[in-house]
Design a protein around this ligand. Structure first.
Ligand code: HEC
Ligand code: HEC
Length: 372
C-alpha cells in the first residue's frame, strides 16, 4: 500500500542499478576483507563501491527529483521514529530516516574507500597512493580510519536495512519495492522524467560501473597495480650477496636495526652456530652497506615496525623481533619445520620476492601455510 492508487515512476533505472552496485560493492568487499590472500579482490570491490558512490553523489545534485539531496527530508526525524507504532506519515521520496542514513553512508563510504586506497599504497606499495609507501611513519593512523569508517558504515547500513524491512512488513509501505521496480503508489501522478542530459549521465554511470568491474579484474590496472621495484642486492653490493647469500637467502638490510647489524658483523665466527667469518675488508664493506640500508634508513611499514618493536637491542635475529613474532603468531610452529619450509628464517618459502626487498601481503603464499 502506498499513498494512493496511481503508479508513479519515482526511482530511475540508474538510481536502482547504483543502489544494487552499492550494496554488492560494500557487502562483497567487506566479506573479502575477512580472508587472507584475497586482499587484492577486497580492494577491487572497494574500488567498484567507490565508483558507485561518486556517481550517486553527483546524481544527488543533478539527478531526478526524488534522488536529489535537496529533496531529502531531514526535519521530522524524531516524529518519524515516534510514529513507529501508529500510522506513519507517507513520503513520496526518501523518508527522514533514509535521508539521513544515505548521507551518512555516502560520506562514510567515501572516507572508507579513500582511506582504503591510501592504506593499499602505504602497506602494499600499490595503487594510486603508492607514493605514500615511504611515509608509514606519518600515516600509520590511516588504518584506523579505514577500519572505523568501514565498521560504522556497516552498522548504519544494517540499521537502514532494518528500517526498510519494518517499513515494508510492519507498515506495509512500498518504499522497498520501489527500489527494485522504480514505482510507488501515489495520490497524484508524481512520476519523474529524466531529461536528455540526465539520461546520458545515467548511461555513463552504468557503463562506468561495468567498466570498472571488468577493468579491475586485470591486476595490472593503474588504480591498484603494484609499484614495488625489485632491488637487486647483488648488483648493489656483490660482496654482500656472495658472502651472505651462500648459506641462506639474502636478507634485505632494512629487516634489522643498525645496532643488530653491528653486533652480528662483529661476531661472524659465532653466527647462529656456524662460522661465517670473512676477511676484515669484506666485513667492513658489508657492514657499511648494511648500515646504509638498515631499518633506520627506510621508512616503509616493515622497517618502521622492526624498529618500533626492537625491544632487545642485543637481538640479531629478525625472527626474534617482536614485530616478526606478532605477525607470525597465527602460524603453527610445525609449519615452519615442514620439509618445504625448514626454518622460520627461510622467508622465501612463503614471501615471494622478499630477497628483492619486496614484502607485500598479496605476495604471501597463504595456501602453502594451510597445506600439511
Ligand atoms: C656459513 C653459513 C652462513 C653464512 C656465510 C652466513 N650465515 Fe647468516 N645464518 C646462518 C645460519 C645457519 C643461520 C640460522 C638460520 C636459521 O635459523 O634457520 C643464520 C641466520 C642469519 C640471520 C637471522 C635469521 C633469523 O632467524 O631471523 C641473519 C639476519 C643472517 N644470518 C645474516 C647473515 C649475513 C648478513 C651474512 C653475511 C655477513 C650471513 N648471515 C652469512 C648461516 C650463515
Ligand atoms: C611459513 C610461512 C612464512 C615464513 C617462513 C615467513 N613468513 Fe612472514 N608472513 C607469513 C604470513 C602468513 C604473514 C601474514 C600474516 C597476516 O596476514 O597477518 C606474514 C607476514 C609478514 C610480515 C608482515 C606483512 C604485513 O604487511 O603485515 C612481514 C614483515 C614478514 N612476514 C616478514 C617475514 C620475514 C622477514 C621472514 C623471514 C625471516 C618471514 N616473514 C618468514 C608467512 C611466513
Amino acid at each position: 500500500m502506498g499513498l494512493g492508487v496511481i503508479k508513479s515512476y519515482i526511482y530511475s533505472f540508474a538510481a536502482r542499478f547504483s543502489h544494487i552496485a552499492l550494496i554488492l560493492g560494500l557487502a562483497i568487499s567487506y566479506l573479502l576483507s575477512e580472508f587472507d590472500g584475497l586482499l587484492y579482490f577486497h580492494a577491487a570491490f572497494g574500488v567498484i563501491f567507490g565508483v558507485a558512490i561518486i556517481f550517486r553523489i553527483i546524481w544527488g545534485f543533478i539527478g531526478t527529483k526524488y534522488s536529489k539531496f535537496s529533496d531529502f527530508k531531514f526535519s521530522g526525524l524524531g516524529g518519524y521514529f515516534l510514529s513507529f507504532f501508529s500510522k506513519k506519515e507517507k513520503f513520496i521520496g526518501h523518508n527522514p530516516a533514509s535521508s539521513i542514513a544515505i548521507i551518512i553512508m555516502l560520506s562514510l563510504g567515501f572516507i572508507c574507500v579513500i582511506s582504503g586506497l591510501m592504506l593499499y599504497g602505504i602497506d602494499e606499495n600499490s595503487g594510486i597512493f603508492a607514493f605514500l609507501y615511504n611515509n608509514y611513519n606519518e600515516l600509520k593512523f590511516v588504518k584506523s580510519i579505514h577500519e572505523v569508517s568501514a565498521n560504522l558504515l556497516l552498522i548504519v547500513a544494517i540499521i537502514h536495512i532494518c528500517g526498510a524491512l519494518i517499513d515494508k512488513f510492519i507498515h506495509k509501505n512500498d518504499a522497498l519495492n520501489s527500489m527494485i521496480t522504480g514505482y510507488k503508489l501515489t495520490k497524484n501522478d508524481e512520476s519523474v522524467k529524466a531529461n536528455l542530459a540526465q539520461k546520458i549521465f545515467c548511461l555513463v554511470w552504468i557503463l562506468a560501473i561495468i567498466a570498472a568491474f571488468l577493468y579491475i579484474l586485470n591486476r595490472d590496472n593503474f588504480i591498484l597495480k603494484s609499484h614495488a621495484l625489485k632491488v637487486d642486492y647483488s648488483s648493489q653490493n656483490a660482496v654482500f650477496a656472495k658472502e651472505c647469500g651462500s648459506c641462506h637467502m639474502l636478507y634485505p638490510p632494512f629487516l634489522l636495526p643498525k645496532k643488530s647489524w653491528e653486533i652480528m658483523m662483529a661476531n661472524l665466527e659465532n653466527h647462529f652456530g656456524d662460522d661465517a667469518s670473512i676477511d676484515e675488508e669484506a666485513n667492513q664493506n658489508i657492514l657499511n652497506f648494511l648500515l646504509a640500508n638498515s631499518a633506520q634508513m627506510n621508512s616503509n611499514k616493515t622497517a618502521f615496525n622492526i624498529l618500533k618493536y626492537a625491544k632487545n637491542d642485543q637481538n640479531i635475529a629478525i625472527t626474534q623481533n617482536e614485530y616478526w613474532i606478532k605477525k607470525h603468531r597465527k602460524i603453527d610452529e610445525k609449519v615452519f619445520l615442514r620439509d618445504d619450509i625448514k626454518s622460520k628464517a627461510n622467508c622465501t618459502a612463503c614471501h615471494k620476492d622478499i630477497q628483492n626487498g619486496i614484502i607485500q601481503k598479496s605476495l604471501i603464499d597463504y595456501e602453502k601455510i594451510k597445506r600439511f
